[in-house]
Design a protein around this ligand. Structure first.
Ligand code: G6P
Length: 609
């Protein structure tokens, strides 16, 4: 959600900010804005627009600055408080203060009332403008003092970039529960929601510590705690190539990221395979974490939650420890039964999803052990959990998650095997075989990536459908859930996933002539059961796409398309079925001429409840 970039240095700030906002587009937004010091003086120019960053760039061209502005802030807004309008777009100004904000000021009503008693009224419906008003109210020339006073009164989450009209060339920044990174190089100082916005200038960055004030000038980046003591942050280095954040010849980021999956899995699992066995010692995750566990709760949202469903089956299968999967937004308000013997595993690509973060905090407050599986290094969820296992998918730009999902699956395998080994449920020999199985599966996944033409042809029918159903049992049910989500996200076609046996308890009434049903039947012990369910929908006229492993003799009258996976151990089919569901969603959206990488209303990282 909301993208933030601030820059002060020796280059044209407008250009840097627009480029930065374009790289942050993936976060999801519906309007954009920029503010800059027009010519090194106190003249702050603010330009905002609804719609795309390109609209903002066009509008910006019409602004004739006297000289090149070298300091400014830019924002992409995903509307929460107040509809999508130019007035509600950021930056917001009040008196000397102009700011951009990501997060939610929960007590903004209360603060607005307090300010109105002093004759100060907002022009927008946003919570963010109230913060600008509050900081300006306290501002008497000392920016840090005003920010501290205002912050003291704010409840909720925030990442702010603030400029003061009487302090040209200086940007102030502060954050709580919303991400902000900082960077400094020869070209100047940067602050941004994500390192992808600054990667063209530097690979070194740092995470802004929470509730510390950062002061950026053209040649310095200082950070102070709330008592005014300077703090030196740990510098991190981006460990992926800059090309990873560019389209690299693919039509869409999503397609590129689908193709990056085998490599992402290999990068994720390789450092965790020691002597052929799953091992998390390089991650400083001690075996004790997995000993004496009474139950495991996996909590996450969206795609990550589907990876969690897969994880449940795998962990229970091998360690026989009860696992539940909880939607983070439900879990946080469910008064869960947790103890120090509960292991809570939080899965999140971004590491900043508000509900998943709240779930981790709740788990910790109840004394449970917490382990997160996160893709973004140094993110809030990673920092706050007791232990973290990073997935190494690199930056995922397409809103619809693909490679981040399969690397989560790959870690679920390793976690399941490791827990089972530690609890004497899996011998070293067995674990080694399993690890080899993952490696072979990655090769099979490469074969399925070559099935793009076959899958493209199938989507001719899907693209015209109004409803599509996904069926599966066991591991295939978890895959079916992800298949339906992927399709909905980017093609806007109504889709539902059903545990195949459940369909007849109501939903089969929706199956009529030509309604597409995509059935996954890759698990031997329940193969016949899924086939029976396929027969049920087929006899009601469904248009059936059936996915099975190689070597299955399938009655051709049962389906319109039979997709055959390479011959493989059924435990590892999810890597392959994931590619199939991703291609089906992708090509369906492409055929419908939709914005695949930035679907309507969606945000890549959801930092609000
Ligand atoms: C958003 C995204 C989904 C994602 C979910 C969880 O809804 O659009 O693609 O699965 O958040 O995100 P996380 O970063 O926690 O994995």
């Amino acid at each position: 959600m909301c993208g933030i970039i601030g820059y002060t240095g020796n280059l044209d700030a407008r250009q840097i900010i627009i480029n930065g906002l374009l790289t942050l587009e993936y976060r999801g937004y519906d309007s954009a804005g920029i503010a800059f010091f027009s010519n090194g003086t106190s003249d702050v120019v603010t330009i905002k627009t609804t719609g795309k960053v390109n609209n903002l760039a066009e509008k910006l061209k019409k602004n004739n600055a006297d000289s090149t502005p070298v300091c400014g802030i830019g924002h992409t807004r995903w509307a929460t408080h107040g509809g999508v309008s130019e007035t509600n777009s950021h930056p917001h100004s009040c008196g000397n203060v102009t700011l951009i904000h990501n997060g939610i000021i929960e007590n903004y009503h209360e603060l607005a009332n307090m300010l109105s008693e002093k004759g100060i009224f907002p022009v927008s419906q946003t919570d963010s403008e109230i913060a600008a008003m509050l900081i300006n109210y306290y501002y008497e020339g000392d920016a840090c003092k005003a920010i501290r006073k205002a912050i003291n009164m704010l409840e909720g989450s925030y990442a702010f970039c603030i400029i003061f009209s009487d302090k040209p060339g200086v940007i102030y920044s502060i954050r709580k529960n919303s991400p902000l990174i900082g960077a400094i190089c020869d070209e100047g100082a940067f602050v941004a929601s994500d390192v992808v916005a600054v990667i063209d200038y530097t690979k070194e960055y740092f995470i802004l510590p929470e509730d510390h004030i950062a002061i950026l000038t053209a040649d310095s980046f200082k950070i102070y705690d709330l008592h005014g003591k300077e703090v030196i942050p740990d510098v991190m280095r981006v460990n992926w190539d800059i090309a990873a954040a560019k389209k690299g010849g693919y039509e869409h980021f999503m397609l590129k990221e689908i193709h990056e999956q085998p490599e992402a899995i290999t990068k994720t699992i390789s450092p965790r395979i020691i002597g052929g066995l799953p091992d998390f010692s390089n991650d400083n995750v001690p075996d004790e974490l997995f000993k004496g566990i009474s139950n495991i709760v996996i909590t996450a949202c969206g795609t990550a939650m589907h990876a969690g469903m897969f994880g449940r089956t795998m962990i229970e299968r091998y360690s026989r420890i009860p696992v539940s999967v909880e939607i983070a937004s439900e879990f946080r308000y469910s008064d869960p039964i947790l103890s120090e013997k509960t292991l809570v595993i939080a899965i999140s690509q971004s590491g900043e999803t508000a509900d998943t973060l709240a779930a981790v905090r709740l788990a910790k407050s109840c004394g449970a052990r917490t382990l997160s599986v996160v893709n973004v290094k140094g993110s809030i969820i990673a920092n706050e959990s007791d232990y973290v296992l990073y997935t190494h998918a690199g930056p995922e730009i397409s809103v619809a998650s693909t490679k981040a999902y399969v690397v989560q699956l790959s870690l679920m395998y390793l976690i399941a095997y490791r827990i089972a080994m530690i609890n004497n449920k899996l011998s070293c020999e067995e674990a080694k075989d399993k690890v080899n199985g993952i490696i072979t599966a990655v090769n099979n996944m490469k074969k399925v990536l070559k099935m793009d033409e076959e899958l493209y042809l199938i989507t001719n029918k899907l693209a015209k459908a109004e409803d599509i159903f996904y069926l599966g049992r066991g591991l295939d049910y978890a895959i079916a859930c992800e298949g339906s989500l992927k399709l909905k996200e980017i093609s806007y076609i109504h889709a539902e996933a059903y545990a195949a046996g459940e369909l007849k308890h109501g939903t089969i009434s929706l199956i009529t002539d030509n309604v597409p049903v995509i059935a996954f039947a890759t698990q031997e012990h329940i193969y016949q059961k899924v086939i029976s369910n396929v027969v049920e929908v087929r006899s009601r006229g469904a248009y059936v796409i059936l996915v099975t492993s190689a070597g299955k003799h399938v009655d051709t009258t049962l389906c319109d398309h039979h997709i055959v996976l390479p011959r493989m151990d059924e435990e590892f089919t999810p890597f392959c079925t994931a590619v199939i569901l991703q291609y089906l969603a992708y090509y369906t959206a492409v055929r419908r001429n939709l914005n695949v990488d930035q679907p309507r209303n969606l945000a890549k990282s959801v930092t609000v409840e």
